[in-house]
Design a protein around this ligand. Structure first.
Ligand SMILES: C[S@@+](CC[C@H](N)C(=O)[O-])C[C@H]1O[C@@H](n2cnc3c(N)ncnc32)[C@H](O)[C@@H]1O
Length: 466
């Protein structure tokens, strides 16, 4: 993490008073609502936070039908669940002014990531009343946690959560948490290994897109069928796809429309010899297309942990085109993509090539996207070569949309750690600045013959060099 970010977090701690922090970030009502949204089982069990202070949290797990077992007492595992969030919130109160990734709406460079590293729960007697969970962090431990966090070090804290039912101590949980500025989990430029949390986040959004590709559409314009998408997405991707689809009902059609539009562009590209997938994620179209295009080589580029996931998924799918797939690890933010491709013995910039930059532009800054366009233009040395790219509108990227469903979707993406930060209203003009003219722009709503304006906040562009 940069010194600047650290100073920013440190200043936050001193600028915000406890009263303000309580009101804006960690009060019981707000935290109960946010945690229940993020972890639905807390909602179904009616779990809630009762009291919060600096280094202190008290929760309640009611004795009700969803929380009990056949004896009418609390299920042991739910006591552990309550311990996790009671201790976690007591720890979070010490990170004054710092939003929690996955819980509060926030950017990676200002938030803290907390996760449970281990737990040891001693169940002393059956819990046969509402269960009060209490975590109180002593002053010395609290000071050491704050001093480590605000000087940029990872915190490993062991906290005790005591559980009372009908006034008796029924369980004692020893909880070990990590807390760290989220930025530190983002790989430093050039690093080939990623933290488990960062890799998880990457996989989550790629699986979610794969999950959406596995869904069906009511729109008659959509004929694409991604038969293996459920297998690619797995239960994780399907779950996230269902969750985001429920907040933005247009989402499946948007993703299926872009999938189909890319297929049509590729099908219409007579003489294509190379396809370069930039930020390939879990788009496994290379397997399908390689099977019917023996003279095309597919270059699939992504971060190392995503390339590893692609290999794992490809091994599960039936295919016989391994010889025409080239998997390349690259970090667009730090690696020289032009050099990577130009120096690859199987890549030839003079061959007719289709570059696909799908579902990516919204996650990179304008400068990073501009750089990507410059690289692609330099690699498009055949006049037939083209780039396929999608953009969200400026309003969507800046969060100024007045559509409630779109706003809820953007919140959901932010919770996944995948905030939209870039959009354009006129892809043609934007691409022209990078020397990519001859742009054909298609608004998603026009493509789908949908009058709902949400669809037209999303566009596809196919561009060639002037
Ligand atoms: C939302 S996914 C889209 C994946 C795929 N194109 C699709 O439509 O299914 C964005 C992709 O960008 C990749 N990505 C994110 N940051 C990257 C970086 N710095 N360098 C290279 N790829 C990156 C992610 O790993 C992920 O696979």
């Amino acid at each position: 993490m940069s010194t600047e970010t650290l100073q920013h977090q440190d200043q936050n701690q001193h600028r915000v008073t406890w009263t303000e922090d309580y009101q804006q970030r960690v009060n019981p009502e707000l935290m109960t609502r946010l945690l229940r949204t993020a972890i639905p089982v807390l909602e179904s069990s009616d779990w809630r936070i009762e009291e919060v202070d600096e280094g202190y949290c008290q929760s309640i797990l009611p004795l009700n039908s969803p929380t009990t077992n056949q004896h009418g007492t609390h299920q042991a595992a739910l006591i552990s669940l309550s311990a996790d969030y009671t201790g976690g919130l007591a720890l979070a109160t010490l990170l004054r002014g710092i939003p929690l990734a996955g819980v509060h709406r926030c950017d990676a460079d200002e938030s803290a990531s907390l996760w449970l590293a281990g737990m040891n729960v001693k169940y002393r007697s059956p819990s046969s009343g509402h269960l009060i969970g209490v975590c109180r962090i002593d002053a010395k431990t609290a000071e050491s946690i704050q001093s480590r966090y605000f000087s940029g070090n990872r915190v490993l804290a062991t906290l005790e959560v005591n559980f009372y039912s009908n006034g008796d101590l029924v369980a004692v949980a020893e909880m070990k948490y990590f807390a760290q500025p989220t930025m530190q989990l983002t790989p430093t430029p050039g690093s080939k290994t990623h933290s488990a949390l960062f890799s998880h986040k990457l996989k989550a959004s790629a699986r979610m897109i794969a999950g959406l590709r596995g869904r069906t559409s009511q729109n008659s314009r959509i004929t694409v069928r991604s038969a293996e998408s459920d297998l690619i997405a797995g239960p994780h991707g399907q779950l996230l796809a269902n969750r985001l689809q429920s907040v933005l009902p247009q989402l499946t059609d948007m993703v299926l429309a872009r999938t189909q539009h890319i297929d049509e562009t590729l099908d219409g590209f007579v003489g294509v010899r190379q396809v370069v997938m930039l930020g390939a994620g879990l788009d496994m179209r290379s397997l399908k297309h390689a099977a019917v295009r023996p003279d095309v080589t597919f270059f699939e580029i992504d971060l190392p942990s995503m390339i590893a996931e692609r290999k794992r998924v490809a091994a599960v799918l039936q295919h016989e085109c391994e010889d025409r797939r080239v998997l390349l690890e690259a970090d667009f933010r730090s690696d020289d993509l032009q050099e990577l491709l130009n120096s690859h013995p199987r890549f030839d910039p003079e061959l007719p090539t289709m570059f696909i930059y799908e579902g990516c532009s919204m996650y990179f800054s304008e400068q990073e996207n501009r750089q990507m366009m410059d690289v692609v233009r330099k690699l498009m040395q055949n006049p037939m070569s083209c780039l396929w790219v999608d953009f969200v509108s400026l309003d969507v990227a800046s969060g100024k949309t007045n559509n409630r469903n779109v706003a809820a979707f953007l919140d959901g993406m932010e919770e996944l750690g995948e905030k939209f930060i870039f959009g354009v209203d006129d892809p043609g003009s934007w691409l022209t600045v990078s020397g990519l003219g001859l742009v054909e722009t298609t608004r998603c709503g026009d493509y789908l013959c949908e009058s709902d304006m949400v669809f037209n906040t999303y566009s596809f562009a196919v561009a060639k060099v002037w």
